[in-house]
Ligand binder design. Sequence first.
Ligand SMILES: [Zn+2]
Length: 82
Amino acid sequence: MPEGVIAEAFFAGVWVEVSIEQALQFDPKPLLRCAECHGRVFAHKDYADGAAAAFAHKAAHSGCSTKSTFDGVQTRHPDAIG
Ligand SMILES: [Zn+2]
């Protein structure tokens, strides 16, 4: 399940909202975080099986509503950045 198509990228000292399409084109890749829980995410391309490109959390976090494992209570990621 996609975990989101919007994240935040760190450019020149500020967090900027970026789409998955933008994030996949950055070179070098900036630091990316989830716009909701601020946990670190990475951008993955379309999968060969047809799953859409999306951001995925590096470390699982049940307090983020963008995840299929969301437990119903939004909390900041334990390894939040920025
Ligand atoms: Zn999150």
